[in-house]
Design a binder for this molecule. Structure first.
Ligand code: ARG
Length: 268
């Protein structure tokens, strides 16, 4: 069965406020025609390997395209996000409405806790483990709640680099106990936690140049990895491990601080 993902067309996408370092100086700078073309090409290739659902957009939510932040879907259970920034809080009712008829169960967060969905919570394929980021958007207090509700072990990772403010910008769980990540985005204790769970031969260390082009923000479908950018070394490493990297440029979306993975939410 094809995996299902949620996307949102970029009709109203743009940088209209700045809530992360990528957006600073980029207000009004998105080329809508290029954004639409990049998004459509990504959508088209993804559609061959996944069932892609779409959520309708509205003019007051330019970041709704980043569906990864809708919440976390796991085993039919949906934990909706509570956004840190008021600008994105306007997306909450739209996502909630979409999931109301599609999730088996909606599990609301406890009061006053921030959680930005699959942007900060990544399930390790084949393991009962969720990696959860905190430090910028998601509160550490949400992590145990996730673990309890979903019946998973949670590993909390402290994000310390403002450009890598969501976990999915600097960490990507892969198959067979592997993961690729950008070490400078994490504090020392978090790196230790990663190393405690991922064996040395299973760690794919992403260099700064690749990380700054959102190489970690990759979408994994079967053994295909869709990413905005990867240099020759990273490509070679991924191929050696049996993956097929496909470069699918989404540079207009980087202006808002997101790339391929942020533009999708895994529904299955
Ligand atoms: N402009 C959006 C924000 O700052 C980008 C979100 C990127 N999403 C992600 N999953 N990393 O919230």
């Amino acid at each position: 069965m094809k995996p299902s993902v949620l996307m949102c067309a970029p009709e109203y996408f743009g940088v209209r406020y700045a809530i992360n370092p990528w957006m600073e100086g980029k207000i009004g700078q998105v080329d809508s025609a290029v954004a639409l073309r990049q998004w459509t090409e990504f959508y088209n290739v993804l559609q061959r390997q996944a069932e892609v659902h779409l959520i309708d957009t509205q003019s007051h939510v330019p970041d709704l395209v980043f569906t990864a932040n809708a919440g976390l879907m796991f085993d039919g259970q949906f934990i909706p996000s509570r956004f840190k920034h008021e600008e994105r809080r306007r997306e909450e009712p739209l996502f909630r409405e979409w999931f109301e008829t599609r999730a088996d169960q909606i599990i609301p967060l406890p009061k006053n806790i921030y959680f930005e969905g699959a942007g900060d919570a990544l399930v390790q394929p084949g393991r009962k483990l969720v990696w959860a980021g905190f430090g910028f958007r998601t509160d550490w207090e949400s992590h145990q709640f996730l673990a309890d509700q979903l019946g998973l072990e949670v590993v909390s990772l402290h994000l310390i680099h403002p450009s890598f403010y969501h976990l999915d910008t600097c960490f990507c769980p892969l198959l067979d106990g592997q993961a690729m990540y950008y070490p400078a985005a994490f504090d020392a204790a978090s790196l230790k936690s990663i190393e405690a769970h991922i064996r040395p031969e299973n760690r794919i260390i992403v260099a700064e140049e690749d990380a700054l082009h959102f190489a970690c923000n990759a979408v994994l479908i079967d053994r295909t990895l869709f990413l905005n950018h990867a240099g020759p070394k990273l490509i070679q490493l991924l191929e050696q491990k049996g993956y097929t990297p496909i470069i699918q440029p989404v540079s207009e979306f980087l202006k808002a601080g997101g790339a391929n993975k942020c533009l999708t939410l895994a529904l299955t």
